[in-house]
Design a protein around this ligand. Structure first.
Ligand SMILES: *[C@@H]1O[C@H](CO)[C@@H](O)[C@H](O)[C@H]1NC(C)=O
Ligand SMILES: *[C@@H]1O[C@H](CO)[C@@H](O)[C@H](O)[C@H]1NC(C)=O
Ligand SMILES: *[C@@H]1O[C@H](CO)[C@@H](O)[C@H](O)[C@H]1NC(C)=O
Ligand SMILES: [Zn+2]
Length: 502
């Protein structure tokens, strides 16, 4: 079936709109939705021009739950980076609704993820219309962003040269590997560790140099990461069959070395959530890739990134170290550019895993932080977790922060935890919680109503202007202070510096 036939006339108008307005253009809602026939996306490779047409036709079918937008920058060759959002409030963050993203085709010659995301978008729309209870609930509880191609220029080069080469088309049009082009926050974090500073989140503030200019595709994604409070994401690649989790960069600089993050347990759970719902990834008896490739199925279809090979400047670790997001990397098959005839089987192999992984945005706890006196939401509050399961007393040295509505999410595996909220000018507060395994349920609620330390003068931007109330001997207050000071300036200063150093 040809695609987008009813869009041909209007297409140039939409393109013009995108060009004029730049980022985050919202396509007009359609009123003809009910008359639009069901879309069946063909199992073949779709060109850069077809991506926005397919997304537009999905939006036309499901105008109430979708929005199409372009990222802030286009590719080097000027191709817009199109994303589609699924949510019951397209265009808006809703309190307590976690934000999720899939990004595919960052390496231009690794193309399966790109087709899978187009099929996934179509599937979410059609199942929602068909009142599939699981998909309806998922979309009611989650805001999902899908970016089918982060590197359309590389895709074109790879496709025009037959799609068979292991490297041709991998990089962007400036010959830069986008998965090495993010600011290297691992280096900052490892040097913090050496200095015994247990500060391991929102590190963009500390970036002081860049190895190479940040590419437009990378810049666009950094901005997306800074703008949307993502909780969970995956980055879709090809060339092996394995779910890869942080850290990607080794601590010592060794070429291969298991490098745990503070959330190692949670990341292993997340990677397994994908691999064990994929038809083949976790199969211990399948073949490895290449002549004598290792079969990751023998270890459940997952690997620590640096234990496989160390990568600096990757997108996965950048998400974890710059924001509240937890990201894993999915290698979807040995063949980076599978024949069109293999795509139907690959969709069948991945469909359940793609859906099940999105549900993982609901593990652990979520809630809000408010001022106990005024009821005002308190964004930028530091949420710290201690694992006290089975008599342990382990601080997880990776804090998350509440976002602009005062809401927060903390992905956790089942166990017993003490969750604490710290903020300048307020008494710290802790809750003891049991986290249970409740598949496909909303995360459990943990709310904080923080009492002000004393009636203090408020500066016009709402920040407390006295910090003399601190008991300097109190470790946790100190951490609160350090983290908040770093965090305050983070969005405006560090981000601008990091992306304008070109
Ligand atoms: C979209 O929402 C409107 C108003 O709630 C409703 O009448 C319409 O049927 C919905 N359309 C679709 C395609 O769900
Ligand atoms: C850049 O894009 C042009 C046009 O598609 C292509 O001819 C050229 O080979 C590309 N260069 C690289 C380094 O990818
Ligand atoms: C907390 O500890 C328990 C017991 O060791 C473990 O099963 C669980 O995964 C840990 N949780 C996290 C988030 O690391
Ligand atoms: Zn790749």
């Amino acid at each position: 079936m040809p695609f987008g036939w009813q869009y041909l006339g209007r297409w140039s108008f939409i393109t013009a709109l995108v060009v004029v307005c730049g980022a985050l253009v919202v396509f007009p809602a359609e009123t003809r939705a009910k008359t639009v026939p069901a879309r069946i996306i063909e199992f073949r490779h779709h060109s850069n021009e077809e991506i926005p047409r397919i997304l537009a036709s999905i939006h036309e079918r499901c105008p109430n739950i979708t929005r199409i937008y372009t990222l802030s920058e286009s590719s080097v060759r000027g191709i817009p980076l199109y994303a589609i959002e699924f949510s019951t409030t397209p265009g808006y963050h809703q309190l307590y609704h976690p934000e999720f993203k899939y990004i595919a085709n960052m390496h231009g010659n690794e193309v399966l993820g790109r087709e899978l995301l187009l099929h996934l978008a179509n599937y979410l729309c059609e199942q929602f219309l068909a009142r599939d209870p699981e998909i309806q609930q998922l979309i009611e509880l989650t805001r999902v962003h899908l970016l089918p191609s982060m590197n359309p220029d590389g895709w074109k080069v790879s496709t025009e040269t037959g799609g068979k080469d292991y490297l041709i088309g991998r990089n962007n049009n400036n010959s830069v590997d986008l998965n090495r082009n993010f600011p290297d926050l691992n280096r900052i974090m490892f040097s913090n560790e050496e200095a015994h500073v247990s500060h391991n989140n929102h590190l963009l503030e500390q970036v002081d140099r860049l190895k190479e200019p940040i590419q437009p595709e990378t810049k666009a994604v950094i901005r997306l990461i800074m703008q949307v409070p993502f909780v969970l994401s995956a980055n879709l690649h090809g060339g092996d069959l394995v779910a890869n989790y942080p850290y990607d960069a080794s601590r010592s600089g060794a070429r291969t070395e298991y490098t745990k993050s503070p959330d190692d347990q949670t990341f292993r759970h997340l990677a397994l959530a994908y691999s064990t719902h994929h038809k083949n990834m976790a199969n211990p008896r399948r073949h490895g890739c290449g002549h004598d490739g290792y079969n990751f199925g023998k270890q459940g279809g997952i690997t620590n990134g640096a234990a496989w090979y160390s990568v600096q400047g990757g997108m996965q670790d950048f998400n974890y170290l710059s924001s509240n997001d937890f990201e894993i990397t999915l290698e979807l098959g040995c063949d980076k550019y599978p024949e069109a005839s293999a795509l139907q089987d690959e969709w069948d192999n991945n469909k359940d895993a793609l859906i099940h992984f999105m549900w993982q945005a609901h593990i652990g706890v979520k809630g809000h932080v408010r001022d106990a006196v005024t009821g005002q939401p308190l964004p930028h509050t530091v949420i710290h977790v201690k694992n006290i399961t089975a008599g342990h007393d382990d601080d997880i040295q990776h804090d998350v922060t509440s976002v602009h509505g005062g809401d927060f999410w903390r992905l956790l595996t089942p166990g017993q935890y003490i969750i604490s909220a710290y903020r300048d000018g307020y008494h710290a507060m802790s809750h003891r919680v049991n986290v249970y395994d409740r598949p496909h349920h909303e995360a459990q609620r943990v709310d904080f109503h923080l009492r002000p330390l004393q009636p203090t003068m408020q500066s016009p931007n709402g920040n407390s202007i006295t910090d003399t109330e601190y008991d300097e001997t109190d470790d946790e207050m100190m951490r609160n202070h350090i983290v908040n000071n770093l965090r305050k300036k983070w969005l405006f200063r560090a981000y601008n510096r990091a992306i304008s150093t070109n």
